[in-house]
Design a protein around this ligand. Structure first.
Ligand SMILES: [Zn+2]
Length: 341
């Protein structure tokens, strides 16, 4: 190759590099990978089934998939009327995670459903399996990475994110330190984002610190139930690059009280005014079928964001583009995985 053609190829390469769009990202649904551009309106933290009986007693014998599917289906059809295409199901293993139920419901509705890997340490480790205590963070992470590489329990269905939970105490317990460390190691190997049921400020920053000690960017961390943290804490974490997940948006709260619709709208407005709306996720944290209760117990649907919160935000001057940021663009960025994974 002579010098001129070399230079020509250099120029051509420069053009390709400067014109190439951001690398395409995917999410891993229960039916395999899809491009984040296909996610559409997304609900990032909901539950279809939760079994609170405890890790020592839960299992697939506790419910009948077809019965659960029949009970859950109308709520999924309902969100499709609001153009929701993707729902992240946040029930972890040993709390009622059922990938095959999600696949059944995804096949029946056409919704993209995403399940998770990880353990739920909150509530004093009631939902942690016995073998956990004998495992190192590395060994724990191997279990989770294995689910990502090969699928969950031989189903071939892969998780799309890491869901963990820690107690809302000022310091992380040894067990919860192990859980966030295992999540960090799993993130490093898989790229999956870490959604951690957290609540107050102190455990949120304690977890972000653990990630930083592993040189993991704070954007790999979703502070779940950040509404239970202070506004200042939310802003600080968002500035650092973490995701602020304001969950449990519920029409049942008295106006003017904490966690009422107006409370959520004004928290989101404050974050927007600080220039950090691009770090906010919103969800109902609703549902769900409860095994052991008659007809699966009370089921809270997933539409309050559309029927109550969005009108409140629009009243406060939010634009459609800002609403789309909350429900389409931020979920893509938070949950998107590199295509190679
Ligand atoms: Zn939840």
């Amino acid at each position: 190759m002579n010098r001129i053609t070399t230079y020509a190829s250099y120029l051509a390469l420069t053009v390709v590099i400067s014109c190439s769009p951001a690398p395409e990202k995917i999410i891993m649904t229960v039916n395999g990978p899809i491009s984040t551009s296909e996610m559409g309106t997304s609900l990032v933290h909901e539950h279809l089934l939760v079994d609170f009986i405890g890790a020592d007693s839960t299992g697939y014998h506790r419910w009948v998939r077809d019965t659960v599917a029949e009970r859950v289906m109308p709520y999924l059809k309902e969100i499709q009327q609001f153009k929701v295409s993707t729902l992240f199901e946040c029930t972890p293993a040993f709390v009622g995670r059922d990938p095959l139920l999600l696949k059944l419901l995804s096949d029946k509705t056409g919704l993209n459903l995403v399940t998770n890997t990880g353990y739920y340490g909150a509530h004093g480790n009631k939902f942690i399996p016995e073998e956990f205590y004998n495992l190192s963070a590395e060994e724990l992470s191997e279990i989770w990475v294995n689910e990502f590489m090969h699928g969950i329990e031989g189903s071939g269905i892969k998780p799309g994110f890491i869901k963990i939970a820690v107690d809302g105490t000022d310091r992380l317990s040894q067990e919860h330190l192990k859980i966030i460390t295992a999540a960090a190691l799993t993130h490093q190997q898989t790229g999956m984002v870490i959604a951690s049921h957290t609540g107050p400020d102190k455990p949120a920053f304690a977890q972000i610190e653990v990630l930083q000690s592993h040189k993991i960017d704070p954007s790999a961390f979703i502070w779940v139930h950040a509404q239970r943290g202070s506004l200042e804490g939310n802003l600080k974490a968002a500035r650092a690059g973490s995701w602020i997940s304001l969950d449990n948006i519920d029409a049942g709260r008295e106006p003017g009280t904490a966690f009422s619709m107006n409370w959520y709208a004004s928290r989101i407005l404050s974050i927007k005014e600080a220039g950090l709306l691009h770090r906010v996720l919103i969800s109902h944290d609703a549902g769900w079928y409860s095994p052991g209760e008659e007809d699966g117990g009370n089921f809270r649907g997933f539409t309050t964001i559309f029927s109550e919160l969005l009108p409140a935000l629009l009243y406060l001057g939010f634009t459609q583009q800002e609403v789309d940021l909350l429900l389409i663009e931020n979920p893509k960025k938070a949950y998107g995985l590199k295509k190679s994974s």
